[in-house]
Design a protein around this ligand. Sequence first.
Ligand code: NDP
Length: 301
Amino acid sequence: SKAPVSVIGLGDMGRALAGALLAAGHPTTVWNRSADKADELVARGAVRAASAEEALLASPLTLVCLLDYDTNRAVLEPAVGALRGRALVNLTNGTPDEAREAEKWAAGAGADYLDGGIMAIPATVGTPGAFVLYSGAERHFAAHRETLEALGAAKYLGADAGIAPLYDLALLSAMDMMFAGFFHSVAMATSHEEGSAGGFTELLVPWLTSMTQVMPAFAADVDADLDADPNGPAAGAGPALAQGLDVVLAGTQNMLRAARDAGVRADFFERAVAELEERAADGVTEYTGPETVRRLRTRRS
Ligand code: NDP
């Protein structure tokens, strides 16, 4: 028989999590501030807890999925006694530092803690495309892995509780900038009287799809650069992927001018051109992954 699980927080995501656990056959206890959000789950077999404390006491493992970490604390603090000897998996989105702080708080309450980042939307939770990132002590992950797999593929990233939220927010950052790029390009394409968002997007999707294939090679260059011993013998051939900086700069200037001419905001390209000009002024002649990442960092950890 499947392990009992409790879910605290039945917003859009919490309801999807509880629904996936029920579908996988886990005895599921649920609690939410607005109790009516549990109705449908209760109809499917979930047990409604009268308080967060009752939810924690009902299962060895509780998932928390609320608005933010302050809300987590406000909900869990009054029930802190119920955490002792139990496991808490926090699936509320927050920063790495918040996760590390929450782990300390949970340890102080005698609870095992994992932090998680859900790479899914409510509709895809529990389906093959969904995955969830986890960090915290590996033995806690191992102990609950089978249960967590009901939500989506469970990917363990490391012992530092902060790494799952770091990767989560980095993945969301890439998505955000991709959508920003998408809307920027649609604004440009539709500035033309014969342009249409739909027709343009038919070209954009295969273009972006093929461009994502370049990322692993860039990533390999970045990793090789990170691994290189700055005091050791000169690194071999250097980055495998390199383009003349002058060509990249000229192309970026064209993107800036074309956006302006089309009556589309071009702030991003103003900054991109300025940053590439800085590289040129520093004597850099090639556009590479490691150099690009280095220049994004405001400090080296
Ligand atoms: P919702 O807005 O649907 O749900 C918010 C939840 O927080 C509800 O359970 C709400 O309770 C509760 N809440 C808010 N304030 C308080 C409070 N002061 N006291 C007690 N409970 C409170 O958000 P989601 O379910 O969509 O998101 C939850 C988390 O999941 C977020 O961290 C989000 O980033 C993350 N997530 C969401 C995804 C999505 O696509 N939706 C994707 C990946 C992650 P009540 O019902 O009583 O208002």
